[in-house]
Design a protein around this ligand. Sequence first.
Ligand SMILES: O=C(O)[C@H]1O[C@H](OP(=O)(O)OP(=O)(O)OC[C@H]2O[C@@H](n3ccc(=O)[nH]c3=O)[C@H](O)[C@@H]2O)[C@H](O)[C@@H](O)[C@H]1O
Length: 433
Amino acid sequence: MLKHSSHLENTGKFKMEKSPYFHNKSRWHSSLMKLTFWSFIFLALIFIFFYRSPSSNPLPQDPSRRSLRTYNWGGPAWEKRVRSSARIRSRDGVSVLVTGAAGFVGTHVSTALKMRGNGVLGLDNFNDYYDPSLKRARQALLDRSGVFIVEGDINDSTLLRKLFEVVAFTHVMHLAAQAGVRYAMENPSSYVHSNIAGLVSLLEACKSANPQPAIVWASSSSVYGLNSKVPFSEKDRTDQPASLYAATKKAGEEIAHTYNHIYGLSLTALRFFTVYGPWGRPDMAYFFFTRDILKGKTISIFEAANHGTVSRDFTYIDDIVKGCLAALDTAEKSTGSGGKKKGPAQFRIYNLGNTSPVPVSDLVSILERLLKVNAKKNIIKLPQNGDVRLTHANISLAQRELGYKPSTDLQSGLKKFVKWYLGYYSGGKKAAG
Ligand SMILES: O=C(O)[C@H]1O[C@H](OP(=O)(O)OP(=O)(O)OC[C@H]2O[C@@H](n3ccc(=O)[nH]c3=O)[C@H](O)[C@@H]2O)[C@H](O)[C@@H](O)[C@H]1O
């Protein structure tokens, strides 16, 4: 023992210091510890990078990857906010899930629903198709009127299932979409992702919900495509889309029919005609014309062949909101339950337009008068990028069945838009996106 211990104390110690084996082993141990330590730090940094909160998470640069963003949702506090926002506060009120609530039409519809005592819960992925700060400002507006917007994507079926578990929505107002006619040539997959895959994901959740909600959703005047019979009636052909955007909206109408037929979902599509107004979309011509005229930048005005005019049936947001609410109010219940159809359900399509097309050149003249600035104009040939020459709604069906009656002409509507624009961007202090 003594001998052994002395061996350890003397020889062993000596051996440990001098033996290359032990020396290397010790270095190896310390390298391993260092490697483990730095690996841990590296993994922690990766974890922080991918899982930090959505508000501080910069959006991916590639627009087609926008949907890969992760969102934080869930937990008791979150569920409490969801329930409170969706709580019905008036007799005969309904409880509505509004997708695309931070969007232009979504914000206006959510506010109107909330104001009349309905339960309203918003859902939006806050993508960066246009300036997300405008979406955040709309969110703040809705927050003040008691509407909570859940941050998430309509393609997230787990989130949708959860929302229907927490709230028995009576209605879904589906306004989330990839909008814009010309952008479809730049980023086609975003249209398929939101307007087709997203719609299917939402309808899947609705069909499995108990009770099944009635769904009202945004289609588009663009489905009329190359149809030359005017004004456009719901009975006219819609099988000649001129843009991928239009094609995805038309596909949406067919998909909606399938879910109505198989699962008994009550479905109403609203074909919106070039909606404009305060809190509007910066990618639309009336909005960026205003910005560019004020900045002294040249605007491009499209003209058809042989100097023909290009016209739109511009429709003011308040008229659209009335149409949306009327569609909700007249929607019958879905007939299925537990994913099974019990009987035929309502299936409707309506034009929501203004019935008076205005040439784009007149839109510019109105803006010039309102802004008191002469626009620098460049007249160019209508590019072959999805635009059509004319839209003009026949609204007699919506008039008859929804009591829809637009009452704002372009001059009065643009006056309200310009007033909002100048106030919001405070004379150019905030940069218009
Ligand atoms: O009803 C719809 O379903 C669609 O309406 C809207 O599409 P559009 O009617 O094309 O609106 P918008 O881009 O504002 O162009 C307005 C006019 O300005 C012309 N235009 C456009 C750009 C330009 O630089 N110059 C120009 O003359 C252009 O040729 C057009 O005549 C929505 O964006 C779309 O998401 C969808 O909802």
